[in-house]
Design a protein around this ligand. Sequence first.
Ligand SMILES: Nc1ncnc2c1ncn2[C@@H]1O[C@H](COP(=O)(O)OP(=O)(O)O)[C@@H](O)[C@H]1O
Ligand SMILES: [Mg+2]
Length: 265
Amino acid sequence: MPSSPRDRLPGGEMLRMEGISLAFGGVRALIEVSFDVREHEIRAIIGPNGAGKSSMLNVINGVYCPQQGTITFRGKVRRNMVPHDAAVSGIARTFQNIALFKGMSVLDNIMTGRNLRMKGTVVEQAIHVGRARREELENRRKIEEVIDFLEIQSIRKTPVGRLPYGLQKRVELARALAAEPSLLLLDEPMAGMNVEEKQDMCRFVLDVNEQYGTTIVLIEHDMGVVMDISDRVVVLDYGRKIGDGTPDEIRRSQAVIDAYLGVAH
Ligand SMILES: Nc1ncnc2c1ncn2[C@@H]1O[C@H](COP(=O)(O)OP(=O)(O)O)[C@@H](O)[C@H]1O
Ligand SMILES: [Mg+2]
C-alpha cells in the first residue's frame, strides 16, 4: 500500500449534490445534504446505521428520487438521476447486500456488467456482422482485463453462490468495473470481511483509482480503512451532514467525535 499522503491530486468537480432531501413517508432519510466529489478522488461517506448513506448512493445513481435538491454531474444539472442515464453516464455501483446471480458463473456475472456497452439489437448485430464481431472482441478483451486485474482467473467458471463471501464481493466489483465506469459507488465493500480480505479489497480499490483514474464514492464502517484510503470524508448522522473534510479534519471535529467516533463500534 502506498504511504500517505498519497501523491495523486484530485481534479475539478465531477459531481455536486445540493440541498438533497429524501423522505420515506415520515422517515427523513436525508435532510438538506450538500457535498461535492472531485474527479479522481476517493470520497468516503461514513455515519452510524440508518444515517442515510445507502440512500445517498441510491440518489446518485437514480434509484431514489429526492423530494428536494439538485444533482450536477459533469456540468449537467438535474432534479434527479434516472438509473439508465446514470449507467450510460459512466456511474456503476456495488451493493451493501451482494446483488449477483448466484447460480451463474463468475464470468457470466461479470459479462452482465458489459450489457450497456453492447450496441444494437440481435438483428442489427446479424446484419452488421463486422461491427458486432469487433464489439464482441472488445467485450472479451475488457472482461479478461478485469479478471486479471482482480486476480480471479482461477474461479472464472465457479458459480458465484459457491464462493466465500469475500470473493463474492470481489466479483461484484469486477462486474462494476466491466462497465468501465468513471464514477464507482461502493456500498460497504469490506463489510463482513476478515482482515486479509479487507487488505486485498483496499489494495484493489486503490489500484482501480490509481490505474484507471476512476472516481470512487465509498461507504465504509472501518475507520482505519476510511482514514487510510480516502481523500475526503462526508459524515452523515440521522440524515444530516455533520462533517466534511480530510481524514485529519474529520478526526479532529468535535461534532463528529460526539456523534460517531466517540461511541464504540
Ligand atoms: N426503501 C426504503 N423504504 C423505507 N425506508 C427506507 C428505505 N430505504 C431507507 N429507508 C430508511 O431511511 C433511513 C436511512 O437508511 P439508509 O440509507 O439505508 O442508511 P445507512 O445506509 O446509513 O445505514 C433509515 O431510517 C431507513 O430505514
Ligand atoms: Mg447502508
